[in-house]
Unconditional design. Sequence first.
Length: 126
Amino acid sequence: MKERDVCEITCVDNEKTTVIQQELANSNNLIEVAKLFKALSDETRMKIAYALTLEDELCVCDVAHIVGATTATASHHLRHLKNLGLAKYRKEGKLVYYSLDDDHVKQLIQIAIEHQEELLERPRHS
């Protein structure tokens, strides 16, 4: 017999759901957080972000080499991460160096990586 993963009857906790609905309605940050996760859902940008957790800062050329992309492509992805507040840059002569914007971003990426590693270690259920 297959286990059902939905409620078999409707039973809503109105007090609990009303509080949560109000909190969601008052939170202006959810759209921006969704954009952040959408940016990281791109495999190349995730590779770049993860690389920036392993090294404090990398120049655009190094990032391109690491992810196997052109400097134009790497620059495009880095600019996208910067525009969303995930990365920052500094220019030194003719080189541009990128780093993660702050420790929260680094922690977010590290936690996601750790979570995925734990998922892979779990036994699979049919």
